[in-house]
Design a protein around this ligand. Structure first.
Ligand code: CTP
Length: 446
């Protein structure tokens, strides 16, 4: 029996795929199709597939051409598969001509002519693009514009700000100082205005029927965030917190591991986020233009706490060093949370520096994420016996912003918040900012 193997992503299965599978099958008696896992595709830079692995597997299965389907999960797996499954012929389309010649050592390699005029990328691109408008002037807007270029199906079309952006990334964007004008030209907005304006900008966009991706915190009071979610729900719109950390694969995995008992029962979470680069302690800085330490850092720092312990904390206290109290600018804030099952601390600063690490303490071991943990591709699970320690690495491109844009576009498309940051987490973050602004349970450092 001649065994043939072929590999691919098979997103939005099209006739080019089917013709390839038919000809692959005809090369022998038994056809094995390797379908790439979502993670493997991510590491290959294919980030915005329209279909999940299961959907892609089902589609290939439905062709009736595959005798066996396997999942391709890592670089170098092809050699393993060919040996293990006793494969005689490896085949792929001619777009890969020459690329897999190294497999000749293990089996025969055949490149089949690629069907002209169709590809998954084309099928994806045919769909109408999600037009996104930028709102505000915070520094991450240029990163967003750059990262959006990697995501097909979205297009950043314009920007609303009080002054035009001078950054080269923004030059070709339509600029307006009239918010309604921008809203009339887009399907969605990414809000990066000053935190005190987030609520106003979110609300106007939702009322205008636009989807919203908003830097956290999306509002200044619990009541406001409730209202925003209510409008979004009534109008069937996506309202999502833009906390890029939530979209890093390493971060997602470490949270799952913490929750699944890998380090025993979690008793403490300590998250530190500081930076002096966009510092607020520099003489002569116009403080009114700066995000304070709490708004700039606390949403990301609180994320693992709310995701592991939930949002029902029993108590919390703030310890704050103000740089300018009238302007609500804190140079440093520490928050202590008490939960029935454990404790947590957040340390955030734009006017002080510390090691930006995340430690999740459990009864059997701990998860350690080195600085800067909020854009992590790596973490360790450490135990008393060092030989049991494990290290984990996952590809992270564009600090997670790219994946965040993909998640937002997907949420809009399937009309469902895929909840990397759940509504309750978003609301809890806003609640903390509200209490900070009210100086509730706060000890000021002098
Ligand atoms: N293929 C083909 N003819 C096409 C498209 C794909 O023969 N018009 C073949 C590829 O050469 C590969 C297999 O189908 O052997 C799976 O390809 P895949 O990468 O999943 O599909 P593409 O449409 O090329 O996807 P993309 O546009 O995302 O690269």
């Amino acid at each position: 029996m001649v065994k043939v193997i072929t590999y691919g992503t098979y997103d939005m299965l099209h006739y080019g795929h089917i013709r390839l599978l038919e000809r692959a099958k005809a090369l022998g008696d038994y056809l094995i199709v390797g379908i790439t896992s979502d993670d493997y595709d991510k590491t290959r830079g294919k980030i915005n597939l329209q279909q999940s692995l299961m959907e892609r597997v089902e589609a290939v299965k439905a062709t009736g051409l595959a005798d066996e389907i396997i999942i391709e999960e890592y670089e170098g797996q092809k050699i393993d598969d060919i040996r293990r499954l006793d494969v005689d012929i490896f085949t792929v389309g001619s777009d890969w001509e020459g690329y897999f010649d190294y497999l000749n050592e293990y089996c025969k390699v055949v490149y089949l002519p690629r069907t002209q005029g169709v590809s998954s990328s084309d099928v994806r691109a045919e769909k109408r693009k999600l037009r996104i408008g930028l709102v505000g002037t915070a520094i991450f807007r240029t990163k967003f514009v750059n990262e959006a270029k990697y995501v097909n199906g979205v297009e950043v079309v314009g920007i609303y700000a009080t002054t035009p952006g001078i950054e080269p990334e923004l030059i070709n964007l339509y600029y307006t100082d009239n918010y309604d004008d921008l809203l009339s030209k887009v399907d969605a907005v990414y809000i990066i205005s000053k935190p005190e304006n987030h609520y106003k900008h979110c609300k106007a966009a939702l009322i205008a029927g636009k989807h919203v991706l908003c830097e956290s915190p999306m509002a200044y009071t619990r009541e406001q965030s409730k209202e925003l979610f209510q409008i979004a729900e009534e109008k069937n719109l996506i309202l999502m917190d833009a906390i890029k950390t939530a979209y890093s694969t390493a971060y997602e995995r470490l949270i799952l591991m913490a929750k699944s008992g890998k380090i025993g029962r979690v008793v403490s979470i300590d998250a530190v986020c500081t930076s002096l680069r966009d510092g607020i302690s520099i003489e002569g800085t116009d403080l009114s233009k700066k995000w304070n330490s709490m708004c700039g850092w606390a949403p990301a720092a609180m994320l693992p706490i709310f995701q592991v312990f939930g949002t029902d904390y029993r108590n919390k206290v703030f310890y704050t060093l103000f740089q300018n109290k009238e302007e609500n600018v804190d140079a440093f804030t520490k928050i202590d949370f008490v939960y029935p099952q454990g404790v947590a601390t957040v340390k955030v600063a734009k006017g002080a520096k510390a090691e930006g690490e995340l430690i999740i303490t459990g009864t059997k071991g701990y998860i350690y994420v080195p600085a800067p943990w909020w854009k992590t591709d790596y973490f360790e699970i450490r135990y008393e016996n060092q030989e049991d320690n494990k290290r984990f690495f996952y590809q992270l491109d564009g600090e997670g912003i790219r994946y965040e844009i993909v998640a937002f576009a997907k949420a809009v498309e399937c009309n469902r918040n895929l909840s990397y940051v759940s509504k309750s987490t978003s609301e809890a973050i806003v609640g903390i900012i509200e209490d900070f602004n009210k100086r509730l349970n706060m000890t000021e450092l002098t």
